[in-house]
Design a protein. Sequence first.
Length: 436
Amino acid sequence: MTQVLWRNWARNQQSAPISIERPATEEELVDIVRRAAASGQRVKAVGSGHSFTGVALTDGRLIALDRYSRIVSSDPSRSTVTVQAGIPLHRLNVELHVRSLALENLGDIAYQTIAGAISTGTHGTGRLLGGLATQVTGLRLIAGDGSLIDCSADIEPAVFHAARVGLGALGIISTVTLRCPPAFNLHAIEAPMPIDTVLGSLDELVTGNDHFEFFWFPHTGWALTKRNNRTDRPLSPRSRWQEFRDDILVNNVAFGALCRLGRWRPSLIPPLLARVSPPGAAEYVDVSHKVFVSPRLVRFYEMEYAIPQEAAIEAFNEIRRYIDRSRLVITFPVEVRFAAGDDIPLSMAYGRDTCYIAVHVYQGTHYQQYFEAVEQIMSGYGGRPHWGKLHFQTAETLAPRYPEWDRFQAVRARLDPAGRFSNPHLERVLGPVAGG
């Protein structure tokens, strides 16, 4: 076998696995794990590579899931769909819509595979809704010895409890069963608002909408607010020209040019932003996934933290003050979202209603000073880093933030005692496998 190079979407992580294998069936998937076990090799699965961390890196066998991406079955009576692990969210959204179903909540990026999205805790926004993993009702895993394990709330509940956000440390996910409500439309209102007005009415904005988020533009007093609510109103989507103008020309082409200018001449950005009008308003009704998801063509690096919802304003203002006094030039907005708490051991929202605060920089930009400063602020509020995004934590600093840490580790030791699915990143954030 010839070694090849693999890199993630953001181009900040790479590895040279022994091989990249592309199974099309579960039998082939199981065989790869068994051959790796027989050879004493590590093995990792990768989807779209949209994680900014080294979670999928390996010097062993890398399993690319692009050929393992079908709908397996659907059960209209239970409103569930079972899918292969490699189906990307953007395809899953279309397949569900054809079946008059939907995902109840989504993030604003849909390039990830379903397995990668749930494994790292991907979420959207909505005070009464959890992350994508809370919509999972069943999983089929391949353990470190190649055995298959079906799990749900009733079958192997301890495994199911942990594996919904498993970081790829418990096994290779083969199939995912999702609870999918009937398809629904969203009434979207996107509007600029002074950031102090947003903060002054934040409770009302969060509790008064099914989905609310805002993007604050550093070096300005403005934020873009997004309010999405379920509606029975007929569809009135944006025209193709409006979609192209807003999503491609403004949010990608023009914004990408601003990012490149900021990397070349940072001093030009604050006075330029001060003169630029805030993003324009839009109001429309469309099917849910078309409202939730936006194209992201500008590559970036990201860190995101989950903190208690009641700390949102205080923590955000600390970040705002830091940016002002640091004199860093930040071209990307700071994104703030909200979600319900859940009971998944390694979910960032475990046990508490949560505010997510995300910071980004343009690809190729030095981020360590900015990200370390934000991380220090978030740690003051018991912050938990998004598992798919950059951070500087270790197992020692993370364990006290997760009340069911040991319960997760017990499942990990049972399913992968030899550390078949581990790698340096997982050893940093989870530690070695107990007894491995």
